[in-house]
Design a protein around this ligand. Sequence first.
Ligand code: BEZ
Length: 219
Amino acid sequence: MPGLTIGDPLPNLDVDTTHGRINLHDYVANSFTIIFSHPGDFTPVCTTELGAMAAYADKFGQRGVKLLGLSCDDVQSHKEWIKDIEAFNKGKKVTYPIAADPNREIIKQLNMVDPDEKDPGGQIIPSRALHIVGPDKKVKLSFLYPASTGRNMDEVVRVLDSLIKASKHKIATPVNWKEGDAVVISPTVSNDEAQKMFPDGFQTADLPSKKDYMRFTHV
Ligand code: BEZ
């Protein structure tokens, strides 16, 4: 995937949103931030996704995570669409800003352009891209889904929990990990270091190779 991807610095753009003009780096400040794009206003899958983001806003807030939606239509259109999103989502308020990008410059810079879809006027539109940006303003994780497939917000929460944990400890999270499960100790940590870093200890899997790289602990 060419363009912005994990490890890259977030372009420091000024964007118009439903909460006024926002500078991306100022908005991220010291928080993990989810920037997620949608093919267009007043479309069905996007309405469910933005509604789910509103419903999950408390979960993200508890984790100190900020949200920023993006659809290319203008701010006035977003404000009208938010009424539908809230009504469809049983009145749950959309408390996060939604950016506009009528000139399609932001979606190019954020690597959100859908290679296949166009709007009725033939203009490029975003796919369902989602970047999680860290407090260091670098992209930590990216999803890229086509217009036909809505995202899974439980997965967004799950990967955030993994990213936040891995930013605090020298660990990684294994397949299908969820909060509360054991994590693995990073291969760069020696056993001696691990004993000091993880005071509750760790368990090493007994493998045919007799290599001790599968070390599990809780943090
Ligand atoms: C939707 O949100 O439902 C949608 C938007 C663009 C293309 C296909 C579906």
